[in-house]
Design a binder for this molecule. Structure first.
Ligand SMILES: Cc1cc2nc3c(=O)[nH]c(=O)nc-3n(C[C@H](O)[C@H](O)[C@H](O)COP(=O)(O)OP(=O)(O)OC[C@H]3O[C@@H](n4cnc5c(N)ncnc54)[C@H](O)[C@@H]3O)c2cc1C
Length: 407
């Protein structure tokens, strides 16, 4: 099977995974349509910022998004871990121009969504709004017929679920799997840099200050570096939807959670706790998708990726980045399908490759979580993250394709 003009890919979800997939497929001349449940007005209403590491930025560069966002976020290279006396205990490189070709970029989610959608619109890729996927009606070797909540149906050669952590497409492949609460929650707000009491001039942000109460993070997130995300994470019992909504809305409760043990933190943290914007207080309960044994249906015409397949904890800042790797590697393989490079084999290879990468990221996440303990050993050299920031996706996909072609 190779993609002909009359064949197409249907993508469920116009989030970061769905839209980047559409751009990656378009680059390979594979036709696709995105179906998004929200309307076009609410599609881009997102809050907060994302950190993007070189592995994400390389993909965004390939699909024409990096150029559009690079001057709209905060570029930096490393996160410094400090103790209560502001002494550096460790540092972790999240990007590096010399080593990886890109610095890390912290950019507002709505900017990233807007610019990705801008690239989609420029290329004439169709996004159908107000279309809530409900179920797969039929799947066979020619493709998939699927239905929306309003009863309408569509068909495609491949159906790709990029519909996020609560994925409905995943239910077709794994009817009994849902997200699991990790027991941890982040609580964050925003502070202006001029309100912070720095211990010395030219103090390095981005930083994570550690005390017996855990880690408190400072992360600039606008291009001038004046607006700083501040926050910490804590254990939390699981809530139902209503419970999380209640916590989100109760700003007084959020404020007292955020300012817990304020007097025992270093003065810089105290200044952040005092001056943070209470209207910007928000929580992020960490839900994860349990490890799945497959990301495709037995018939291999329905696939999931992004958070639908592997929502992962945030410590390594790799959630969206791993979605970008999914879409880029998959689109490369789909572009090479032929009599010798078969769809079923390509999907098996893709899943193996991607699942191993996600496992490695999860292991790194656990390692970084341990770093939040004050007793953690020092010094992490940037070379240790080469495997993460330089995945060499193209090289690996094309090597496998060449092996198939030479068989
Ligand atoms: C607070 C927060 C901070 C984060 N920070 C970072 C970070 O710094 N770095 C990083 O790499 N990652 C970060 N992440 C993770 C990152 O946001 C996700 O990994 C990423 O957004 C996943 O993209 P996605 O497209 O798979 O899913 P989503 O972004 O959830 O998109 C899914 C899309 O599918 C649509 N949809 C859902 N159901 C249906 C349906 N039935 N029919 C049609 N459409 C549907 C939704 O409306 C949505 O548009 C963060 C996440 C959160 C919550």
């Amino acid at each position: 099977m190779s993609f002909q003009k009359d064949q197409k890919v249907a993508i469920i979800g116009a989030g970061l995974a769905g839209m980047s997939l559409a751009l990656a497929l378009h680059k390979q001349s594979i036709p696709c349509t995105i179906y998004e449940l929200r309307d076009s007005a609410s599609h881009l209403t997102a809050t907060g910022a994302l950190m993007l590491c070189p592995n994400a930025l390389k993909v965004l560069s390939e699909i024409g998004v990096y150029e559009r966002i690079k001057n709209q976020g905060y570029m930096f290279e490393k996160l410094e871990y400090k103790d209560e006396n502001y002494k550096i205990t460790d540092e972790y490189y999240l990007g590096g121009e010399k080593l990886f070709g890109y610095k890390a970029l912290r950019v507002y989610r709505d900017i990233l969504l807007r610019e990705t959608l801008g690239a989609i619109t420029e290329r004439g890729i169709q996004v159908q709004y107000g279309r809530k996927f409900s179920k797969v009606v039929k799947e066979d070797e020619t493709g998939v017929e699927f239905a929306f909540e309003d009863g309408s149906t569509e068909s495609a050669t491949l159906l790709i679920g990029a519909d996020g952590i609560h994925s409905k497409v995943r239910q077709y492949i794994h009817p009994n799997v849902g997200p699991i609460f990790s027991g941890m929650m982040a609580i964050t707000s925003v502070v202006h840099v001029s309100d912070l009491r720095f211990p010395e001039p030219n103090y390095h942000l981005t930083t994570s200050i550690h005390s017996k109460y855990g880690a408190f993070v400072f992360a600039p997130q606008n291009s001038s570096g004046t607006e700083i995300l501040v926050g910490t994470q804590m254990r939390m019992p699981e809530q139902d939807q209503e419970g999380w909504r209640r916590i989100r809305q109760n700003k007084d409760e959020l404020k007292s959670m955020f300012q817990a043990h304020m007097n025992e933190w270093p003065d810089l943290v105290q200044s952040a706790m005092e001056h943070m914007n209470p209207d910007k207080l928000s929580i992020w309960p960490y839900y994860v998708v349990p490890k799945l044994d497959t990301w495709s249906s037995p018939g291999k015409r329905v696939i999931i990726l992004g958070d639908a397949a592997h929502a992962i904890p945030p410590t390594a800042g790799q959630g969206a980045s791993q979605a970008f790797e999914d879409v880029y590697s998959l689109s490369l393989l789909l572009s090479k399908l032929s009599d010798k490079v078969k769809l079923d084999d390509a999907l098996d290879f893709w899943q193996c490759y991607r699942m191993a990468r996600v496992d490695d990221v999860l292991a790194l996440t656990r390692k970084l979580d341990v770093k939040r303990l004050p007793t953690e050993d020092k010094a992490k050299v940037p070379e240790e993250v080469v495997w993460l920031f330089e995945p060499k996706i193209e090289e690996k996909m094309l090597k496998w394709v060449a092996e198939q072609e030479n068989q």
